[in-house]
Every structure is written in structure tokens, then in C-alpha cells.
Design a protein around this ligand. Structure first.
Ligand code: TRP
Length: 372
């Protein structure tokens, strides 16, 4: 199947090298140790970038920089979302100031008109999980697109930027970047560009500075648009946006893990028993049809979802992962045994995480009170 990758659709077998070509990305190479200590960088799960050099420079020379991302508050927080959360927390540990937008206006314009429900989900699902995973709320500017700031100076600067960006983009560009287009999508795309660019305004960080936006590979078109308009709007001397692209967390049945299909994802609120059931029942296996054949030919970890989940972070130890891979390829390790390794890892993680999440609920309660 040919690959289709747009912000709204991911289909086919994904060839990431081809994606680098098509999107005009650069492969991510020769990173300093501070980055490769992180499993996502080390294993090239974060595989490509735009202008990442200025972020490396900021980290190495202890210069201020921002990491910005936005979340679409829909459904359950699953292991695909966790990959982004892990990056946010990693950049925070490197000294970045974090900007986190709840894309409630985008969601309102594209899928769910219930703003109260969107805010509930953003706080109780997303923010609670971020904090449980280690996000420090004190070093983070968490905001709703619909409610940028109680400081009028700041709020005006953000909404003015979003409105003024419209002058610097054409209908054809929208179409080329997004395929289909509607007024709601256009407005959301411009607001999203403002999300990425506004940290550099004088009302926010005070000056142009490096901002990195880590995204799943399918979201890269948003960055292309934001980077292009940033160059054209001469009123503001923006530094070009930096970005990274990461590979997709596979859904249990293949494709991309997605909150619209409950049997495709493992949520961070699933009980260990539920997770085990889903893995046993749905996780696509790279094993052979019979035991005999498996022992003879071995399994294929490249398409095995349980192995991929271990590789994408659930087994952070490279040596252990390499042994699992070798044993699976040789046929020594069976598909069911491989699934059991994942099930044990996930169970241990979920137990710890769900305890931390209870504590996190206390930490976000004031935030919830002020925003719901
Ligand atoms: N469009 C993003 C999504 O669907 C959400 C988003 C809004 C975003 N603003 C952003 C992502 C800024 C990155 C940067 O998930």
C-alpha cells in the first residue's frame, strides 16, 4: 500500500527515509551524549529534524530555549501520547522553558464543540498524566488556546499574531500542506502557528530565541507552514522554528496508535489486566503460524508490535533489547513469550504510574479549580 501521511491520516507501510525526502527533513545524526542518553534519540525513534543545531547549541552552552507543543484533548491518554510527554519532560530536564497549548479551539473547530468537556479531558487526562510522568508545572506555561492569559498585554500579543499571520499565507499553500481545507482548519492552523511562534514575542520570552517543536512525523506539515510564515512576517524578527519528527507508536493491530480505536491503544489508565488482555488478543505478531515453523524460521521483530513497543521505550536497556531481538529472530523466543515480556514491563509501569497519578491529581487541583 502506498504511504499517505498527512496530519489527519496515516496509511500504508511507512518508509521513514522516503518521508525525510518528501518532507525535506534532515536525518538526526551525531548528537552529543546529553541527547543520546535518552532512549528516543539513541534509538533514532526521533529520526529527523529541521534546524535542530540551534537547540543543541543552546543546551551545550546553557543558553535559554523553549520547547513548545500542543495537545488535542480527545479520548484517552495512551502510549503514543506518552512518547511526546517523555520528550517534554526530557527537554525540561535540559533546561528548556516549556510551553504547552491545549488545542481546544482547534478541537472545537474540527471535532468537538463542547468546550467544557475538552477542558476536563485536557486537565484530568493529559495534564494529570504529564505531571505523574514527571512534568514540573512550575517551569511550564500550560494554557488553553481559548484563554491565553489573564494578562491582557500577553493575550493581545498572541491573538494579534494569529490574526496577522493570515496575510502571509496563500490558499494554495494551505491546500498543498493540508489537502482538504475548511475555514475552521485554516483558523486553527494559524492559531497553531501562533502557538509555535509567540514565545519569541517581547510580551513572552522578551526576544527571539530557539524554540523546538517535537512532533510525530505526520504533524510536520504544520511546521512547514509555521516556518514559512515566520520568514515572511517582517514585523517580527523570529528565529526559524526548530523541530524534530518521531516515528509512530504502532497500534496493537498495526497502523498508528489512535485514541479513536480503543482496541488499537493501551491507555495509561488501563489496569494491568486489561493491558495484558489487549496485548494477548490484539497485538500483531511477527511470529510464524506454527511452533515448528517458528523454531525453524524465527520471528520478525520489525513488524511485531510487542517488540516495537519494547524498542520504543518500554525496554530502555539496549543489551536486554538486543538479546530479545536475537532470540526472537532465531526462533528461540516464541511470540507468546515475547508478549509476556511486554506484559510484565507494562504491568510494572502501570502500577507505579497509577500511584503517581493519584498524587498528581492533588498537584493539579488548584489548576483545575481555576480553569474548569
Ligand atoms: N494540531 C495539534 C494536534 O492535533 C495540536 C497543536 C496545537 C500543536 N498547537 C500546537 C502541536 C503547537 C504542536 C505545536 O495534536
Amino acid at each position: 500500500m502506498p504511504q499517505t501521511i498527512t496530519p489527519w491520516e496515516v496509511k500504508g507501510t511507512i518508509d521513514y527515509d522516503k518521508l525525510i525526502q518528501e518532507f525535506g527533513l534532515k536525518p538526526l545524526e551525531n548528537l552529543p551524549k546529553k541527547f543520546t542518553e535518552n532512549v528516543l534519540f539513541r534509538r533514532k525513534i526521533i529520526f529527523a529534524h529541521r534546524d535542530f543545531g540551534q537547540i543543541v547549541d543552546a543546551v551545550e552552552n546553557k543558553k535559554p530555549f523553549v520547547m513548545m507543543t500542543g495537545l488535542m484533548p480527545s479520548g484517552k491518554f495512551h502510549f503514543g501520547h506518552k512518547m511526546v510527554a517523555d520528550q517534554i519532560i526530557f527537554y525540561q530536564s535540559l533546561g528548556a522553558k516549556i510551553y504547552l497549548a491545549v488545542a481546544d479551539i482547534e478541537a472545537y473547530n474540527s471535532r468537538n464543540p463542547n468546550l467544557t468537556e475538552l477542558r476536563e479531558t485536557a486537565i484530568r487526562e493529559y495534564l494529570a498524566n504529564y505531571v505523574a510522568l514527571g512534568l514540573n508545572l512550575k517551569k511550564c506555561d500550560f494554557y488553553f488556546q481559548s484563554k491565553r492569559s489573564t494578562d491582557g498585554r500577553k493575550a493581545s500579543a498572541y491573538y494579534s499574531l494569529a490574526a496577522m499571520l493570515a496575510r502571509h499565507v496563500t490558499f494554495n499553500e494551505f491546500q498543498a500542506v493540508y489537502g482538504e481545507i475548511s475555514p475552521g482548519k485554516m483558523a486553527s492552523a494559524l492559531l497553531q502557528a501562533a502557538d509555535m511562534l509567540h514565545p519569541q514575542l517581547k510580551e513572552f520570552e522578551g526576544k527571539a530565541l530557539p524554540v523546538v517543536v517535537p512532533v510525530g512525523a505526520d504533524q510536520d506539515p504544520h511546521l512547514r507552514l509555521a516556518r514559512d510564515v515566520a520568514k515572511r512576517i517582517k514585523e517580527f524578527p523570529f528565529l526559524p522554528l526548530s523541530s524534530t519528527a518521531h516515528k509512530f507508536m504502532p497500534g496493537l493491530k498495526g497502523g498508528k496508535m489512535s485514541s479513536s480505536d480503543p482496541m488499537s491503544y493501551l491507555a495509561l489508565t488501563d489496569s494491568p489486566e486489561e493491558a495484558a488482555m489487549k496485548i494477548k488478543k490484539y497485538a500483531f505478531s511477527g511470529g510464524q503460524a506454527t511452533l515448528e515453523e517458528h523454531r525453524k524460521k524465527g520471528g520478525n521483530p520489525d513488524i511485531d508490535v510487542a517488540f516495537q513497543m519494547l524498542r520504543l521505550g518500554l525496554e530502555p536497556n539496549d543489551k536486554k533489547l538486543a538479546k530479545i531481538e536475537k532470540d526472537y529472530r532465531s526462533g528461540e523466543l516464541l511470540s507468546g513469550e515475547l508478549k509476556n515480556i511486554l506484559i510484565r514491563k507494562i504491568a510494572a509501569f502501570l502500577e507505579g504510574h497509577q500511584r503517581k497519578r493519584k498524587l498528581a491529581e492533588k498537584k493539579i487541583s488548584l489548576f483545575a479549580k481555576n480553569n474548569l
